[in-house]
Design a protein around this ligand. Structure first.
Ligand code: S3P
Length: 431
């Protein structure tokens, strides 16, 4: 249990580089492991979720060394993994599970996969369905849940698959299997999901086409080890951006943040709410980055609809907190995917912000937030909880900055899934 204190009246100040992007760190490990030769990763995210992916490749016999945020992988291609001695532990990580189901779907040995309590409740049939069509031999509990077994399999065939939901995890699983499949694989997306897999495949020398929501690829040439520099995670930066917007007298600069247009929806939505965000040092690489400067300022409510969700899916909790401080109502719809994240984030956002006095209602696929409500602190009888969800924990900690008394929260360990030093970094900008 921890006690969180309100921000000083002078606000939040300073420059901060938040840790490396979680989605990109997972993918850098995966491509490094299947490429030939040495891959070096800089600014790697050293967090629980990504370390599960790393340990899985080590269990499969890949040589990986980590020194802080620097990682070296001695890749040997897809055909030299060793059968693991024990079941593969996915921890809390949906990205590890779903992407590795695709990546490991053509190996000559069986692998048992399992995860923690939260991950074992999350739907996996969405990945199983296309992979089974491609010829993967995967069995899951009740056809949908972990634990499961990725069975030995000799062949995959390309398919054409229309995505039933916007999900980069499902899309990436199909791409990672499609790279090993006979014939062409085509994926049709109604709304674009994050494209880190496509970008990194190209960086490693692979070929993939993307044109107006139609993604095509075939079996890939040998991928070669690369030097990958991971941008700071916009999903982590978002907590500080909103913290500075809603805490009077604040001004913060977040350095080197990934602004891939399939990920930066939070910036667009905050601008629609009236935020003036300044981007400097904009850099175009395989993944574009920028420094983002933000000051405390008034916001107003907006309508957030299905088309806005994929590029901001992980930022809805912190956007909901921003909306509690905006003038007028914010209505979020088309966001049913939030119900199958690390927690049911519609339920957990509403539960936690309500404890602090926010006026917020759950909808089946979103929420309505009546803005302009001051937040009050909690006492021992209204304990805040992370519910085991890192992003709910960080949302609570930012809410505590503007609460009028101290706030007590349990389950703080969950934050290490994506941001182990979050509270220390928050303290740094409170000084
Ligand atoms: C991720 C995709 C998103 C996101 C998750 C990471 C990824 O999930 O919520 O935190 O790295 O591909 P979905 O693809 O299920 O929407």
């Amino acid at each position: 249990m921890i006690r969180l204190t309100p921000a000083p009246t002078t606000g939040l100040h300073g420059q901060l580089t938040v840790p490396g992007d979680k989605s990109i760190s997972h993918r850098a490990l995966m491509f490094g492991a299947i490429a030939q030769g040495m891959t070096e990763i800089e600014n790697f995210l050293d967090s629980d979720d990504v370390l599960h992916t790393m340990r899985i490749f080590q269990d499969l016999g890949v040589q990986i060394t980590q020194t802080g945020t620097h990682v070296r992988i001695q890749g040997q291609g897809l055909e030299h993994f060793q059968a693991p001695n024990a079941p593969l532990d996915m921890g809390n990580s949906g990205t590890s599970t779903r992407l590795l189901m695709g990546l490991l779907s053509k190996q000559p040995f069986d692998m048992t996969i399992f995860g923690d309590g939260s991950l074992s409740q999350r739907p996996m049939q969405r990945v199983l369905a296309p992979l089974s069509q491609m010829g993967a031999q995967i069995t899951l509990t009740d056809g949908d849940k972990l634990p499961g077994v990725i069975h030995a399999n000799q062949a995959l065939t390309g398919i054409t698959y229309e995505m039933p939901m916007a999900s980069a995890q499902v899309k990436s699983a199909i791409i990672l299997a499609g790279m090993q499949a006979a014939g062409q694989t085509t994926i049709i997306e109604k709304l674009p999901s994050r494209d880190h897999t496509e970008r990194m495949l190209r960086q490693f020398g692979g070929q993939i086409q993307a044109d107006h929501g139609v993604i095509t690829l075939s079996q890939q040439p040998t991928l070669m080890g690369q030097h990958v520099v991971v941008p700071a995670d916009i999903s982590s930066a978002a907590f500080f951006i909103v913290a500075a917007l809603i805490t009077p007298n604040s001004e913060i600069t977040l350095k080197n943040v990934g602004i891939n247009p399939t990920r930066d929806g939070v910036l667009r939505l905050l601008r629609r709410m009236g935020a003036d965000l300044t981007l400097t040092h904009v850099n175009d690489g395989y993944e574009p980055t920028a420094d983002i400067t933000v000051r405390a300022q008034p916001l107003h409510g907006i309508q957030i609809t299905a088309a806005d969700i994929p590029s901001a899916v992980d930022e809805i909790p912190i956007l909901a907190l921003a909306a509690t401080q905006a003038q007028g109502d914010t209505v979020i719809s088309g966001a049913a995917e939030l119900r199958v994240k690390e927690t049911d984030r519609i339920a957990t956002v509403v539960a936690e912000l309500t404890k602090l006095g926010a006026d917020i209602e759950a909808l089946p696929d979103g929420m309505i937030i009546h803005g302009g409500t001051p937040l009050h602190g909690s006492n021992e009888s209204t304990l805040l909880e992370t519910h085991g969800d890192h992003r709910i924990g960080m949302m609570n900690a930012v809410a505590a900055l503007i609460a009028h008394q101290d706030v007590v929260m349990t389950g703080e360990d969950a934050m290490s899934v994506s941001y182990p030093g979050f509270l220390a970094d928050l303290m740094q900008v409170m000084r």
